[in-house]
Design a protein around this ligand. Structure first.
Ligand code: OGA
Ligand code: MN
Length: 204
């Protein structure tokens, strides 16, 4: 039987070689649907906040999503399979890449139709502890004409678009690839996650 840890090995190898990888079918469809349902319910209950850029203000023209952070130490029942999978991935990456990833953080994000996130880097001015970015998508039946792709700007001037389809996990090194979220025709739900190295000066 192929375990998730076995499948993550391919992701770790690709990250080592290219710095990015798109992993399909991370969680069973029912688990992804549970996450989508919880995310939609939190939005409806006004439990999500306009995202900010860095430590600054909300700037909806540049970044139009609403977010809500996970409590990684006390995930909800819907969040548990995601948090467990990310923990397995973190350990796989540490084993094969020796990245020293100490912890993960994650938030739900909802982009209304037409919202975008302008081209950016996830690591702020090289002083950020984020090492690996992992974005998991929750949208059933997403078609190319729905737009809303994650556009990754690769090293060689090319770009690669990832559709935000339920079950897809986009992985990339946080300090290496600028990327943007293109506007979509539908509401777009995801979990943005970062694996972090220990902050300098903190005890193990
Ligand atoms: C982010 C981000 C990409 C996506 O939240 O920093 O780039 O596809 N998200 O949602
Ligand atoms: Mn980003």
């Amino acid at each position: 039987m192929t375990t998730l840890a076995d499948r993550f090995q391919a992701a770790a190898d690709a990250l080592a070689a290219d710095g990015w990888y798109v992993f399909e079918g991370m969680l069973p469809a029912a688990a992804t649907a549970d996450l989508a349902r919880e995310c939609a319910a939190m939005l409806a209950a006004q439990q999500m906040n306009p995202a900010r850029i860095g430590v600054g203000q909300a700037a909806p023209a540049l970044r139009g999503d609403h977010t809500r952070w996970f409590d990684m130490d006390a995930p909800s029942a819907a969040q548990r399979p995601f948090v467990d999978a990310i923990e397995i991935l973190r350990q796989s990456l540490n084993r094969s890449l020796m990245l020293g990833l100490a912890e993960s953080e994650a938030h739900y994000a909802v982009y209304p139709p037409g919202a975008r996130y302008a081209r950016h880097l996830d690591q702020l001015r090289g002083r950020d502890a984020r090492v690996v970015s992992a974005v998991y998508y929750l949208n059933a039946d997403w078609a190319p004409e729905d737009g809303g792709a994650l556009r990754l700007y690769l090293d060689d001037g090319r770009s690669h678009d990832v559709l935000p389809r339920a079950g897809t996990l986009a992985l990339f090194l946080s300090d290496r690839f600028e990327h943007e979220v293109l506007p979509g025709a539908r509401e777009r739900m995801s979990i943005a996650c970062w694996m972090r190295r220990r902050e300098p000066g903190t005890l193990p």
